[in-house]
Design a protein around this ligand. Sequence first.
Ligand code: 6R9
Length: 575
Amino acid sequence: MKMMETERLAVTVKEANLPDYEKTAREFDWKEAEKAFSWYETGKVNAAYEAIDRHAESEERKNKLALIYSDPNREERYTFAEMKEKSNRFGNVLRKIGIQKGDRVFIFMPRTPELYFSFFGAIKIGAIVGPLFEAFMEAAVRDRLENSEAVALVTTPALLPRVPVDELPALKHIILVGAQGELPEGYYDFHKEMANASPELDIEWVDREDGMLIHYTSGSTGKPKGVYHVHNAMIQHYQTGKWVLDFKEDDVYWCTADPGWVTGTSYGIFAPWLNGVTNVVRGGRFSPDDWYQTIEKYKVTVWYSAPTAFRMLMAAGDDVVKKYDLSSLRHVLSVGEPLNPEVIRWGMKVYNQRIHDTWWMTETGAILIANYPSMEIKPGSMGRPIPGVKAAIIDDEGNELPPYQMGNLAIRTPWPSMMRAIWKNPEKYQEYFRIPGWYISGDSAYMDEEGYFWFQGRLDDVIVTGGKNVGPFEVESKLVEHPAVAEAGVIGKPDPVRGQIIKAFVALRSGYQPSEELKEEIRKHVKEKLAAHAAPREIEFKDKLPKTRSGKIMRRVLKAWELGLPTGDLSTMED
Ligand code: 6R9
């Protein structure tokens, strides 16, 4: 990898919360961030208290809007005081049925206000919450409830058939949102119980290292892993909300992620509410018109989404953008996958906003590397580590590699929001820390001489063709620059001569027909704009690429299909 002239996008957000990166990175200590919370003095903590009650008890924020919820059938608004009351009631509902500190309470339902009341109610009494995507089918639900030994589940009558209750001995209580008629023993009507519960609750004060959340994440093999997080993570949710999301008192924030994905809890729940910011939640399915309407109607100022969504919006065309007034937007961010430079250029054109990429993982609990509003963006780079965190590229022996050398993206341990365990799987947990002093992310990247990190792919995805390392992301980004290409997934296919050849799966934008000429034209585009050795030797057109529910292109599935191998765990794949 050689040094290169990179495109740079100048700073547009002048009064950002991180005025001087170098200085903050030099001087910052996590102890500083802790001082924002009362438990700094008492030692006892509850993240739900800090996110909701703390504001509900303050004169300035108690009547401030905490949640603006909308979907095609519902629109509701709740102040911090109302959020406190609702979550208190739900905490009492859980206590009444016998839920105790440390018990796992799972939530399997669509994004609605009840999901958020349940989430905080459970955390307030010290339970550990497990949020599940509403789209999970029976096998996915079973694996997660079985592994976590969840005691209670909040769900809806429509989703209940996918819960194999009889096969889950630990699961004692089912709370149904929208229950009708008489319920058998062990089942409860959410709204009825809430109405009967007290609005006052004795919060369970816990230790900062006590459990708060389990997020299941799938690996390429085996069952999904239960990534376990503790209350202490809130320090980093709060601080990255300030520095990276750049929260200010009057912001209206919209994170498009579902709480079934870690982005939907760390940044759909904790970061905004720990900072006392008004949070928009949009239920229902993706549609460009609905999304733009959401921004226009609620005057969203800070918007956190994902590359897959931006690519879909880009494919929907510029004309829809023009139908809406998006002038409230002041800060746009992305996470989950590499953010293609083409998407950033398009964002500048149609939103007049730089899209800020951020990097982190379920396991890391919060953002670790980011493009700050106060910093130049280099399109295609994930940015620089947050102050208080050291990231490096290391080889398999733990040696730090010089700039531009591709290797393991690793983080110095610890940091506040780091996972504390893989639920009931200490061996898996240890694998991340196999090199002493480092967390090994499993991503491959390089760093440039200014300390910006450049993602190359998951380690398993890196392609070695004719002796050269090629990151699939570079090739995919070139592919989506071509006007016919909506999305692309690139894999290495075994080849007797070159070791691997590059194969691209391409979904076309509407209006384009698959043809041999088009393949040739696309191949030529990559060859001329990137490198001859990086041009895909094979291109296959697909209507859709396989993706996770959080929108990530599943290259391992493309590879398995190509090679006729087992696809591994598919529970997180979209329909
Ligand atoms: C938050 C989240 C983690 C994996 C991670 C990496 C990919 C996330 C990225 C990115 C390139 C970015 N990823 N952010 N790749 N650029 N800005 O996504 O968590 O679902 O656990 O996924 O996602 O491969 O290792 P999770």
